[in-house]
Design a protein around this ligand. Sequence first.
Ligand code: SAM
Length: 240
Amino acid sequence: NGWQATVLTIYPGMFPGPLGHALAGRALEAGRWRLDVIDIRAFATDRHRSVDDTPAGGGPGMVMKPDVVAAAIDAAAAGGIDRPRLLLTPRGRPLTQARVRELVEGPGAVLVCGRFEGVDERVVEARALEEVSIGDFVLSGGEIAAMVLLDACVRLLPGVMGAQASGSEESFENGLLEYPHYTRPQVWEGRPIPEVLVSGDHGRIARWRRAEAERITRERRPDLWAARAGGRIDNSQGFK
Ligand code: SAM
């Protein structure tokens, strides 16, 4: 039946958006995944169809109402298979390729997109939402964050990347950033492709790529490098 994503948002018209194009769009058309979008506003109960209210304790902005958001989550869960329920928020655990892989192995995900100052904290507890962040910066809403998460998941679904490697050599998959890539022309603006890559010596090429991946990781992401050295990484995905 395909991997099933349900997105809860007050801007349903934003979907599928970019996910309707290219790899994700073709996979959607082919039925490898399914996207349902639920308009949170449809669960508002007052005559103004309010989804937000002023923050308890005062301060700027508005907060998404717990009753309305919970009703939308319950509608997403109704009759369906049990799926992880994720809330996109800058306060969440940073999304990782490892978590993406786990999600892809499951039946799908329910994604709650915040707006305004975010969602009433009680919904997070009452509906056991897993809080996920896509990085240390603040977006205006959870929709683009949800698209980021879905894009990362969908490309890993069986059959979606086709002949391409399952991504096992990619950045983060083995605790390293990926080595650099080159293609023709052999010399461009006076810059040649590194000699080793045109040598035809596959052993040398593999060693060079490995060394470059290690150098780049050490230089750019001392945090990833330290996690490797400390042996704290998950080796289950083909640590080589
Ligand atoms: N007041 C919140 C805070 O300081 O943590 C920021 C709210 S933000 C303006 C509105 C919504 O955008 C959030 O509820 C969340 O759904 C989404 N959002 C913003 N930044 C995000 C990030 N880095 N990762 C995931 N979602 C994000």
